[in-house]
Design a protein. Structure first.
Length: 515
């Protein structure tokens, strides 16, 4: 999952290098000598400009210096101070470890009122108007108590937060003054994969740094919320570059640098920028003092996978968003949406994934009527739902960590064994142990056989199975009947709606293959 604060994705990346050789073969380097006529379908590399085999092709800049000189004055360094918890005052006692010091700064002595301190952070931004409006990332200025803007000419000005949008991770701040050099978003010209780009920003607090590369890919769907389709670039981006601009070779802003993918924490040539079209629409509203409002249904959804479609007995080409949870009293609930619905279109436009549904609903204005086509028990139905106003991300995520037991913790082992899982009806003790809501029905997984399919999936102890094959599960018998039905129908597994650590999700539990 992408982390908003540092915006660094960790991954173990394996690189496979292939060396090809043939006995007595000859390696021919493109452009080293006259090339033979191309075979049908063969792609022949360009030999470059004139006789210079390594000269840049037509349209490529010989240097980025002119571009940097043109746009650098509009790029700023943003220093922030944010209040964080102060480290506890401790000392070490052999055999006891760290022990709090009563009365020490950050300790646990009586009379202690404030256990916080200001911590420094830094990012980048850029002027988009002569009167001092600056674009940056929300995660750069979120919760900042002090904002200082450092200009390329050495001036330091106090920044004031104008508005921010968690959904797209964009924010606008302002400094007092006039005649600031500024740049503009490019909306008309669409960048292509392979186009040159230059990123300017404040990596590691160094300020005024330029890196160059190309557009590596478009429409990258890495957003944990779902509103951004990122540009991927290979210009080096590091900590502190967040909020800085990505320019094309004409000095037009085509993106806002926001995230990197890295196994090490530093740049490995995979960076992500919010496209200019998205950034301009959001920042225009923020500059006017308007809040960014999005449509809202109040449902938790997941992309319907091929395995899930097969387990539900749907055709293999069925696409849509599976409704895993419906918030009581929310617009979706009032409009008749149910757990187990598969949304296949919105206002006549097909929905292929949960991300598509999220973006279609978000584009609606609060109060708009959304016409949803859903699959319910294999039959198509149409629901007309009036969109609400989406709450903040903090409000939506407030109850995600409910204290459910973690995988591998010991649990009760009484109950019936079904597909490698020991399940039992929900009791008062189990509700308290696993923080199960009072109105939730289902059976609780109290043990998992390590070598079973559920064990291979690492099904956590404390999981609540609410539905099987889209039918409500109230007892072990209900779950066993759904498993038997799916097996008899020749399906590859049983489709389960489960609750794990305070959130609903759907999984397909595959059937063990017969030996």
């Amino acid at each position: 999952m992408l982390k908003r604060k540092e915006f660094i994705l960790g991954a173990a990346v394996g690189l496979t290098f292939a060396a090809a050789a043939t006995a007595g073969g000859v390696i021919t380097w493109p452009g080293a000598e006259a090339a033979p006529a191309a075979k049908v379908g063969q792609l022949v590399p360009s030999a470059g400009a004139g006789a210079l085999a390594f000269a840049p092709p037509q349209g490529a800049p010989l240097s980025f210096a002119d571009i940097f000189q043109q746009v650098a004055p509009a790029v700023v360094q943003i220093d922030v101070k944010t209040r964080v918890q102060r480290p506890r005052g401790v000392f070490q006692i052999p055999g006891f470890g760290a022990v709090p010091i009563p009365g020490a700064p950050g300790g646990s002595g009586e009379g202690e009122e404030d256990n916080t301190q200001l911590a420094a952070g830094a990012g980048s931004g850029f002027f988009i108007s002569a009167d001092g409006f600056i674009v940056t990332n929300n995660h750069v200025v979120e919760n900042a108590e002090e904002i200082t803007v450092k200009l390329s000419d050495g001036r330091e000005l106090k920044g004031r937060l104008i508005g921010r949008d968690e959904g797209t991770d964009l924010a606008v701040i302002k400094v007092e003054g006039s005649a600031f050099p500024f740049v503009s978003f490019e909306e008309a010209a669409e960048p292509r994969v392979g186009d040159w780009v230059i990123a300017v920003g404040n990596p590691f607090g160094l300020g005024g740094t330029a890196t160059a590369g190309i557009v590596s890919a478009k429409s990258r769907d890495i957003d944990p919320i779902g509103y951004n389709e990122y540009l991927q670039i290979d210009a080096a981006i590091n900590r502190g570059n967040s909020g800085g601009p990505t320019f094309d070779i004409y000095g037009r802003v085509i993106g806002v640098n926001t995230a990197i993918f890295s196994p090490s924490g530093g740049s490995v040539g995979i960076g992500f920028a919010i496209p200019a079209t998205t950034a301009k629409a959001v920042t225009d509203k923020l500059m006017r003092g308007e809040a960014v409002q999005r449509g809202y249904l109040g449902v938790q959804i997941q992309t319907l996978s091929k395995d899930a479609a097969a387990a539900l007995g749907l055709s293999a080409d069925t696409k849509g968003a599976y409704v895993a949870e419906v918030t009581a009293g929310a617009p979706g609930d009032r409009g008749g949406m149910q757990i187990g619905d598969v949304v296949v279109s919105v206002n006549g436009e097909a929905v292929d994934s949960s991300t598509e549904l999220t973006r279609r609903v978000a584009r609606a204005k609060p109060g708009d009527t959304l016409r949803l086509e859903v699959l319910r028990d294999g039959k198509r139905q149409t629901l007309n739902i009036r969109a609400g106003t989406r709450p903040s991300e903090a409000e939506l995520n407030g109850d995600q960590n409910s204290g459910a037991q973690q995988p591998g913790e010991d649990g009760a082992t009484v109950g019936q064994s079904i597909e490698g899982m020991t399940v039992t009806p929900i009791t008062s003790a189990l509700r308290q142990r696993y923080s199960i809501p009072e109105d939730m029905q289902g059976v609780v997984v109290t043990a998992v056989a390590p070598r079973s399919e559920a064990g291979k999936m690492q099904m956590p102890v404390g999981t609540v199975i609410q539905r099987a094959n889209n039918r409500v599960v109230r007892s072990e018998a209900d779950l066993k009947a759904a498993v038997d039905e799916a097996r008899s129908a020749g399906r590859p597994g049983v489709f389960l709606l489960v609750r794990v650590r305070g959130a609903n999700s759907s999984v397909v539990l595959p059937f063990a293959k017969s030996e």
